[in-house]
Design a protein around this ligand. Structure first.
Ligand SMILES: O=P(O)(O)OC[C@H]1O[C@H](O[C@H]2O[C@H](CO)[C@@H](O)[C@H](O)[C@H]2O)[C@H](O)[C@@H](O)[C@@H]1O
Length: 288
């Protein structure tokens, strides 16, 4: 590693470096090769939280680490070599995630908490079409109307439409308005027989049952089917919705919680730049 890179990435704590080097090393005595799937949440993990989601951006360090891992993942696999896959796993809808992240070609994308998926190619995103049943489409219309009622008269509250969900945003609300709008969104979800997911200043109600846990398990299965190798998973996330992904991690996997708050993840980093420093360590180790 050159001096410029060393100064740009302060050394992570020794225990975190050891955990990342463990993830980069041989999975166990019996397994000589494996696939490594690095799955990263976007908002609050790579991109600091801001009032307007349309202005979110990865920190420069996170951008550099993601691009470096994407380059490593795109390298042809040497005979007998390990496979690396990179994925962004977000609550954002797929189009929004692709645009805001400008994810490099080859990156797997999971949007809408798992309801949407695709892969970035040189010509755009190769997306798996999301198809709603007639009943789901009707419920989504009712959900959008009800969410709009929940924000009416509540300054700073707004509704984000997604292909399979509606999201109440309360980051810019007073505490009282936020509480009231969240209560209305929860009641609406209950009336429609839907599940409300609570994130950081958001309540997301989807008409397609999904979770980041289901999404990363699917990614792992696909990786294993494609490569015929055992897939180890590194997952990093900051929000309560990322806990479903931490929950499905097992031996050989690595969970990194970004920022404060209760978590099932085994390890924690302070912020996007601390995560980026660890991802650079991982890239160093994988480059050999
Ligand atoms: O799974 P993620 O990639 O973390 O996406 C979760 C939600 O992210 C966005 O909302 C969050 O970030 C916004 C911009 O920083 C912030 O204003 C909001 O308070 C956060 O909850 C996005 O707008 C949502 O649709 C995603 O579900």
């Amino acid at each position: 590693m050159n001096e410029a890179r060393l100064s740009a990435h302060p050394a992570p704590r020794a225990d975190l470096t050891a955990a990342v080097l463990g993830f980069a090393g041989p999975p166990d005595a019996a397994t000589s090769r494996c696939a490594r799937l690095v799955a990263l949440d976007f908002d609050g993990t790579l991109a600091p939280l801001v009032d307007d989601p349309a202005t979110s951006a990865m920190t420069p360090a996170a951008r550099a680490a993601v691009d470096r891992l994407a380059t490593l993942a795109a390298r042809p696999v040497a005979p007998g070599g390990d496979v690396l896959r990179l994925a962004l796993v977000s609550g954002r809808n797929l189009t929004d995630l692709a645009a805001r992240s400008a994810a490099p070609a080859g990156t797997y994308l999971v949007g809408s908490h798992g309801a949407e998926s695709g892969r970035v190619t040189a010509h755009g995103v190769d997306a798996v079409p999301l198809r709603l049943t007639d009943a789901q489409a009707l419920t989504l219309e009712r959900l959008r109307e009800g969410m709009q009622d929940a924000v009416d008269g509540r300054r700073g509250a707004w509704v984000q439409d997604k292909p399979s969900a509606a999201v109440l945003h309360t980051r810019r609300c007073s505490a009282d308005d936020a509480l009231a709008a969240v209560a209305d969104a929860d009641a609406l979800a209950a009336r429609l027989g839907l599940h409300a997911m609570h994130g950081k200043d958001v309540v997301e109600v989807a008409v397609v049952p999904t979770s980041k846990g289901i999404a990363v398990e699917r990614l792992r299965e696909e990786t294993e089917e494609d490569t015929d190798l055992r897939a180890l998973l590194l997952y990093a996330g900051d929000d309560t919705t990322d806990e479903a992904a931490f929950e499905v991690l097992g031996p050989g996997d690595l969970g990194l919680k970004v920022g404060p708050g209760p978590t099932r993840a085994e390890h924690r980093v302070a912020d996007a730049d601390a995560l980026a420093a660890l991802l650079e360590r991982l890239a160093d180790a994988l480059e050999g």
